[in-house]
Design a protein around this ligand. Structure first.
Ligand SMILES: [Zn+2]
Ligand SMILES: [Zn+2]
Length: 302
C-alpha cells in the first residue's frame, strides 16, 4: 500500500517536473502578447482576428484536421484536402500527423487509461496541463505508424508535420508589414490564445459539463457554448457516439458551422461521400448514412 502511494507520488512529481519548456515559454509569451493586443484596438485588427479565427478553427481544425483527416467523414479532391489541412497550421496545434495520432488515441481510449487528455486526470490537465507537462504531441514512429498510417504515408503531410507553422509565420510578417503592431497582435496572438482555449475546452469542458444524447460509455457531453466557440465541435457526445459523421450538431438548432462549410463544399462539387446521421423513424434511432446529402442545408429532424 505504502509502496503504491510512493509510486503514485513519484509519478505525480515526474508529471510536474517534466515541463515542456518550448510549449510553456511560447504560451506565456502568447498570453502576454494577447493582453498587450487590448491596447492596440482597431477595426482592421478585430476583423483580421475574426477571419483568422475562422480560417484556423473552422477550415483548418474542424473541417480539415478533425472531420476530414482524423475521421474521414467526407472526401474531397487532394488539392482541397491539402488546402484545408494547411489552414490547420494557422491554429498552431501541431502538425497534422501528430494531431491525428493524438486524437485517434483519444477516441480509442476515451476517459480511460491511455487517454492523452481526460478530465479524470484533472480538469486543468485535460485543458492545458497535457500540453505543458505531457509528451502527447510528440509521438514516436511506432505509435504514428499504428494510429495514423494513412496520413504518414503522404509526402506532403510528412513535410507539413515539421513546417505547419510556416504559413502562420508568412501571414504574421505580412500582417506586420501592412497593418503594424495592432493587426499582428490581434490577428496572431490574441486570436491564437482564444482559439487554443476554445479547442482545449473541447477536451476539458465537453468531457465534464453538458447533456448526453447517446450512451457512449465515456464522459463526452454536448455543450452549446463550446459549439459556438469552436464552429460546432462542442456537440461532443454526438461526435463520440458517431465519430465518422461529418455532421456533429444533429438538429437544425445545434450550431455547426463546420458542417455548413462541408455542405458548401458539396454544393461547389468539392466534397462527396459525406457521412452523416439520419433519424430512422422505424427504429427510433440515429443511423449513420453516407453519400450525397439531400434537402435543405439545415434539416429539421425530430
Ligand atoms: Zn472527446
Ligand atoms: Zn474526434
Amino acid at each position: 500500500m505504502h509502496f503504491m502511494k510512493f509510486e503514485n507520488e513519484a509519478l505525480a512529481a515526474r508529471k510536474k517536473l517534466n515541463v515542456n519548456w518550448s510549449n510553456a515559454i511560447f504560451l506565456i509569451v502568447a498570453h502576454a502578447a494577447a493582453v498587450a493586443a487590448l491596447f492596440f484596438w482597431s477595426w482592421a485588427a478585430v476583423i483580421t482576428a475574426v477571419v483568422l479565427y475562422w480560417v484556423g478553427g473552422s477550415l483548418g481544425i474542424g473541417m480539415g484536421y478533425h472531420r476530414l483527416l482524423t475521421h474521414r467523414g467526407y472526401k474531397c479532391p487532394k488539392l482541397v484536402e491539402y488546402f484545408l489541412v494547411t489552414c490547420g497550421g494557422v491554429a498552431l496545434e501541431g502538425g497534422p500527423i501528430q494531431w491525428v495520432t493524438t486524437h485517434r488515441i483519444h477516441h480509442a481510449h476515451t476517459d480511460r487509461e491511455g487517454d492523452p487528455h481526460t478530465p479524470r486526470h484533472g480538469g486543468f490537465w485535460a485543458h492545458m496541463g497535457w500540453i505543458l507537462f505531457g509528451t502527447a504531441q510528440d509521438h514516436d514512429q511506432t505509435t504514428i505508424e499504428r494510429y495514423a498510417p494513412d496520413v504518414v504515408k503522404d509526402r506532403y503531410y510528412r513535410w507539413l508535420n515539421n513546417f505547419y507553422w510556416a504559413p502562420l509565420l508568412v501571414i504574421g510578417i505580412l500582417l506586420f508589414a501592412f497593418g503594424g503592431w495592432g493587426v499582428l497582435l490581434w490577428g496572431v496572438f490574441l486570436r491564437l490564445v482564444l482559439a487554443l482555449h476554445a479547442t482545449w475546452l473541447v477536451n476539458s469542458a465537453t468531457h465534464l459539463w453538458g447533456k448526453t444524447r447517446f450512451e457512449t460509455g465515456d464522459d463526452s457531453r454536448n455543450s452549446w457554448w463550446v459549439a459556438l466557440l469552436t464552429f460546432g465541435e462542442g456537440w461532443h457526445n454526438n461526435h463520440h457516439a458517431h465519430p465518422t459523421s461529418a455532421r456533429h450538431g444533429v438538429h437544425w438548432y445545434e450550431f455547426d458551422l463546420n458542417w455548413l462549410g462541408i455542405r458548401a463544399l458539396q454544393l461547389l462539387g468539392l466534397a462527396h461521400g459525406i457521412k452523416h446521421l439520419r433519424f430512422n423513424r422505424a427504429t427510433s434511432a440515429w443511423q449513420l448514412v453516407s453519400g450525397r446529402v439531400r434537402g435543405p442545408v439545415v434539416r429539421t429532424d425530430p
